[in-house]
Design a protein around this ligand. Structure first.
Ligand SMILES: CCCCCCCCCCCCC/C=C/[C@@H](O)[C@H](COP(=O)(O)O)NC(=O)CCCCCCCCCCCCCCC
Ligand SMILES: Nc1ncnc2c1ncn2[C@@H]1O[C@H](COP(=O)(O)OP(=O)(O)O)[C@@H](O)[C@H]1O
Ligand SMILES: [Ca+2]
Length: 513
């Protein structure tokens, strides 16, 4: 044993420190050496060499994780075996690690690289970590979602989706929907207490926006995400349910946007998919120029039990205490009320107005286009959403607002922007508040027609649509409720940047035995 420790220390001096917590070891492999290696340099006097390689997570720049390795050599076969055995046993004890995964690949997402990314970057790492997989390459939209209602999901430790936010949304709908079906819960009831989904989802980013991956890991990088899956990370996530007239429409985890982001998506028909991720910039530019605003009413219940505010300077990070507090509250609530949801007759606030954008976000929505996101202080798992109201303003002011998503300035510091932390809200457009016959008449007219009284005023006599995690909703009048920590991801939230890599580790290989 001593001998090996000595070698380790030597390697520390000559190469680099190698302190790795067991939780960040990917795999341990015995190594064999051919005759040539045995007879070179200072090893030539030794009769036979035994060695093992430890593959581990190495932190690189900007929250990237990479697979690195270090090989330990020794002459004593028994000692070498003892080490490998001990390390393998320690890995076996990491109970949160997945052993069997169900993988869905969208071959048409983003730049159409999903299959290649999985085969070249992810599958070899899963193999190394001895994770067995069942892989489904989707053939059409909703393939993954429908499949999740058919397969025996309970034999898997997790489901992996290779694609963008739309693909993640599909898998999430499949899993949450399946859980409710198996528990006899009616998703059409907006007040139903939904059953938490404990089968974690892993996202291998291969889409256009990849906001869910970026906001939960800190980077859109397939290798980093694969490593978070392998080490068995777990990040709970709030999910919003969206209903219309007691009919379930969709769940949302990232952006639920009316007006600007709804119109971007509407313009962004499947015909533009050939443009890849660029299609959003093109449609974004067009939508910005059209500058439509929409009239409507929002009623919301403030999130009184959560501890933060959307104007906080601190963001949600790994081990976030605000999300931990919500987790505790949720556990207490479930204990006290069983599965019954505590509705509470809290006050509703009502806001009427003309809006360029209404955005409700369950997370920051950070993505490569906007590294701090739509609401930089939003929390992944606090049981609330941030409701951002951008009122009618000039094109120039709206541009200033947009630009602040890309720099350090506060995007909420404008008189025409309001932000609230909410647990539920309802929206009705002015149009649907008007009488039915009127709505029918207008409905027959072409989308995009301007107000007849003021042709140049940019107010639109038709509704916008809701963009729900990249999917268009059929109804503009909606009822939204945040379900605290309804599902879990293979992630750990964004880690605080730590300059000293060694300081990030909690224990060392040497301390093991
Ligand atoms: C002037 C530059 C302004 C840049 C403002 C960037 C704000 C970006 C915030 C993005 C939030 C994204 C939230 C996530 C949404 C996704 O769920 C969802 C689905 O993703 P998927 O296709 O990967 O499945 N993605 C989307 O709905 C796409 C949102 C796209 C936002 C692009 C916005 C570009 C705006 C460009 C405006 C240009 C004005 C130029 C004026 C001279
Ligand atoms: N094989 C397929 N063919 C066509 N559409 C698919 C397929 N697999 C998944 N989809 C759908 O494609 C949509 C977009 O996928 P996504 O992976 O999010 O890419 P992007 O980020 O480029 O939008 C998803 O809503 C999903 O339902
Ligand atoms: Ca939240």
């Amino acid at each position: 044993m001593k001998e090996l420790v000595l070698f380790t220390v030597k390697s520390c001096v000559h190469t680099e420190n190698c302190f790795v917590p067991i939780s960040e070891i990917i795999a341990v492999e015995e190594r064999e050496f051919n005759k040539k290696q045995r007879n070179i340099g200072r090893w030539q006097k030794m009769a036979k060499l035994h060695a093992f390689t430890v593959y581990y997570v190495k932190r690189a720049r900007n929250h990237r994780w990479r697979c690195s390795d270090v090989t330990f050599w020794c002459v004593d076969e028994h000692l070498c075996n003892q080490w490998t055995q001990a390390l393998k046993e320690s890995l076996e004890m990491q109970k949160s690690r997945p052993k069997q995964l169900l993988v869905y690949i969208n071959p048409y997402g983003g730049k159409r690289q999903g299959k290649r990314i999985y085969e070249q970057k992810v599958a070899p790492l899963f193999n190394l970590a001895s994770i067995s997989t069942d892989v489904v390459i989707t053939e059409h939209a909703n393939h993954a979602k429908d499949n999740l209602f058919e397969v025996n999901i309970y034999k898997y430790d997790g489901v992996v989706c290779v694609g963008g936010d739309g693909m993640f949304s599909e898998v999430m709908h499949g899993l949450i929907g399946r859980m409710q079906k198996d528990s006899g819960i009616d998703q059409n009831n907006p007040k139903a207490s939904l059953v938490q989904c404990n089968i974690r989802i892993g996202i291998i980013p291969a889409g256009s926006t990849d906001c869910i991956c970026y906001s939960t890991v800190g980077i859109s990088d397939p290798v980093t995400s694969a490593l978070h899956i392998i080490v068995g990370d777990c990040q709970p996530l709030d999910v919003s349910s969206v209903h219309h007239n007691n009919t379930f429409l969709k769940y949302s985890v990232s952006l639920l946007g009316y007006g600007f982001y709804g119109d971007i998506l509407k313009d962004n028909s499947e015909k533009k998919r050939w443009m890849g991720p660029m299609r959003y910039d093109y449609s974004g530019f067009k939508t910005f120029l059209s500058h439509h605003y929409y009239e409507g009413t929002i009623a919301y219940q403030p999130a009184k039990r959560t501890h933060g505010s959307p104007r906080d300077k601190e963001s949600c990070r790994t081990g976030c205490y605000i999300c931990k507090k919500s987790e505790k509250q949720l556990a207490e609530q479930t204990k006290e009320h069983g599965l019954k949801h505590e509705e509470g007759e809290e006050e509703w606030k009502v806001i009427k107005g003309k809006f360029l954008a209404i955005n409700a976000v369950n997370m920051s929505c950070a993505c490569p286009r906007s590294p701090k996101g739509l609401s930089p202080a939003a929390h992944l798992a606090d049981g609330s959403a941030d409701l951002i109201l951008v009122r009618k303003c000039s094109r120039f002011d709206f541009l200033r607002y947009l630009v602040r998503h890309t720099n350090q300035d506060d995007q909420f510091d404008f008189p025409f922007v309001d932000v609230y932390r909410v647990k539920c809200f309802q929206f009705t457009s002015k149009l649907s508040e008007d009488n039915e016959s009127n709505v029918m008449d207008i409905g027959k007219k072409r989308f995009g027609q301007f107000c007849r009284d003021h042709p140049a005023c940019c107010c639109n006599i038709v509704n916008s649509t809701w963009n729900c995690d990249g999917e268009t909703l059929d109804s503009s009048a909606i009822e939204v409720r945040v379900h605290c920590q309804l599902m879990k991801l293979f992630a750990r939230g964004i880690e605080e940047n730590c300059k000293d890599e060694a300081a990030c580790s909690q224990s060392s290989i040497e301390q093991l035995l």
